[in-house]
Write a protein that binds this ligand. Structure first.
Ligand code: BTN
Length: 255
């Protein structure tokens, strides 16, 4: 299909309920954040969109993306893949992108209208499956582990994790999402370059606040609160820092 997000949006307009999932083997018009394209070799990625009807004000949309990133990180852990979250919505392994998340909605006045949460995960790609310009910045579960994770199994575990994270969020326990997010973050503690509406600056990312904004101590000493924008990690505390312990993997599975 063109894009799972577009198909999901059309289904919502026709009354599709919360929990509707659209999965594609391949997309001809996959979309990324900020108008970018999301390219994928047919059959090698997990590409899907999930319809949500959260009872939250539109300003809280970023929280859904953070909860989704946590769900992907926990799912990766179940499959023994050590993925870290780069704020707000990228999953990286060894500094390379494994997964992207695109959360979209058409805001109504003060209530959130249905949200389409789109997730793309590189599962089975070899290096040659990526276009040359992405080869040094993208990775796949196969490249990381040498194993081919079953697509349906990954999707099932991920939907379970999404349900858990979305449950925390909708029951008003965003703190639980934050605790998990901090655990998997490769952004916090790193030197970053932030590219946002008001320009570019560099500094050290030190926390995330109760609205999901990234807190960065600018090199000039001031604290910046970044709610949207692109973050580039300049120096990290170490991409290999997230070490999996068996126990952690078990508790992630139990939720
Ligand atoms: C990003 O990193 O910029 C977000 C990429 C999101 C890609 C997924 S693939 C499934 C869903 N359908 C789309 O068209 N985009 C998202």
């Amino acid at each position: 299909m063109g894009s799972t997000n577009d198909v999901a949006r059309r289904l919502v307009e026709d009354g599709a309920p919360e929990g509707t999932v659209v999965v594609a083997e391949s997309q001809t018009r996959g979309r990324g954040r900020q108008g970018r394209r999301w390219a994928s070799t047919p059959g090698k990625s997990l590409l899907f969109s999930l319809v949500l009807q959260p009872d939250l004000p539109p300003l809280e949309l970023p929280k859904i993306t953070l909860a989704a990133a946590v769900a992907v990180a926990r799912t990766c852990q179940i499959f023994r893949i050590e993925a870290g979250i780069k704020w707000p919505n990228d999953l990286l392994v060894g500094g390379r992108k494994l997964c992207g998340i695109l959360t979209e909605m058409t805001p109504k006045k003060d209530k959130m209208s249905p949200v389409v949460l789109g997730i793309g995960i590189n599962l089975h790609q070899t290096a040659r499956d990526f276009p040359s310009e992405l080869r040094s910045i993208a990775t796949s579960c196969y490249l990381v582990t040498g194993r081919k994770v079953k697509k349906i199994s990954f999707l099932q575990e991920l939907l379970r994790e999404l349900e858990t994270g979305y449950g925390w969020l909708t029951r008003g326990d965003f703190d639980r999402v934050l605790v998990e997010w901090r655990k998997y973050s490769v952004t916090l503690g790193s030197r970053v370059q932030v590219n946002h509406a008001n320009g570019i600056f560099t500094g050290k990312a030190f926390d995330i606040d109760g609205m999901g904004a990234l807190l960065v101590r600018n090199d000039n000493g001031t604290v910046e609160r970044v709610l949207s924008g692109d973050v580039k990690i300049l120096e990290t505390k170490g991409f290999n820092q997230i070490k999996l312990k068996r126990q952690d993997a078990k508790s992630a599975k139990k939720g």
